[in-house]
Ligand binder design. Structure first.
Ligand SMILES: Cc1cc2nc3c(=O)[nH]c(=O)nc-3n(C[C@H](O)[C@H](O)[C@H](O)COP(=O)(O)O)c2cc1C
Length: 255
């Protein structure tokens, strides 16, 4: 199916959509842009670049939302804010507002995906959060099915009832088939959460539990072909950091 619809009355044949098309899907004929029959990855560049509003994409909400360039955020401020981000492990007893949850999910939805697959999903644990944490706590307390490295770690620790989610009000699992796509979505979401005054903890331990426990996988109703790639624990931080942490020296070279 051809998802790209070109309004011939509006098209001025400028060719901007054609030169920006990643899959050479568009072509010029009789001074108008045309779409081929196969190969479109639905990235929306043709829609976004058209100065005439001549392009729409079937199945998508083409809402005419104007762009806001990242240059509107001063880069020094952005870099310092990114360096000031910390993993949060202590949370206030305060719910996260739905508008903030929506913005975090929207940031994930707009992250890039390989081939524009957009194959990333989000599971908010919501009413199942306590049950999911209890299953994971049980797994860590027993310790027997854990990978050796984690088993030793779990033995040393006191696995409290809130060991995984630290009393935070919101847990979002980011799922997908691609580690890269889900990782990028998670990074976008973390930055959005921070900008909303929230703190985030990525729980690798909980992700491990979803690999080990069929009971947990059943509870969270994973989409077919997906794995839990990140577990984002989110809430209002009950801690404040004064300084940016030191880091190892940059490992980068120019060849
Ligand atoms: C993929 C991933 C998994 C993580 N898993 C855990 C975890 O299970 N428990 C935890 O306390 N911290 C976890 N963290 C947080 C890291 O320990 C933390 O990012 C690191 O110590 C650096 O601290 P910072 O994020 O404040 O810079 C994880 C971080 C990442 C990126």
């Amino acid at each position: 199916m051809n998802p790209i619809l070109i309004n011939e009355e509006k098209c001025i044949g400028c060719g901007l959509c054609i030169s920006d098309c990643v899959s050479s899907y568009l072509y010029l004929e009789n001074g108008k842009a045309h779409a081929s029959t196969a190969g479109c990855i639905e990235c929306g560049h043709c829609y976004a670049i058209c100065p005439q509003g001549a392009v729409t994409i079937a199945g998508y909400d083409c809402a005419d939302e104007p762009v806001v360039p990242m240059t509107e955020i001063p880069s020094d401020t952005l870099l310092k804010a990114m360096k000031s981000r910390r993993t949060i492990r202590q949370y206030e007893d305060r719910a996260v507002e739905q508008e903030k949850i929506d913005k975090i999910l929207e940031a994930g939805r707009y992250s890039p995906t390989g081939g524009n697959s957009q194959n990333v999903s989000y599971i908010i644990l919501g009413s199942k959060q306590a049950e999911a944490e209890a299953i994971a706590v049980d797994l860590f307390r027993k310790g027997t099915s854990l990978p050796r490295r984690i088993e030793a770690f779990a033995k040393r620790l006191n696995i409290s009832d809130d060991f995984f989610f630290k009393g935070a009000p919101l847990v979002i699992l980011v799922t997908g088939s691609s580690k890269t796509d889900t990782g990028l979505a998670s990074a976008y979401m973390e930055i959005m959460a921070e900008s909303l005054g929230l703190g985030v903890l990525f729980s690798g331990f909980f992700v491990t539990c979803t690999k080990l426990s069929a009971k947990l996988r059943k509870l969270i109703k994973l989409p077919r072909g997906h794995k839990v790639r990140t577990c984002m624990i989110i809430g209002y931080p009950a801690v404040k950091y004064q300084k940016i942490v030191p880091r190892k020296a940059l490992k980068a070279k120019t060849l």
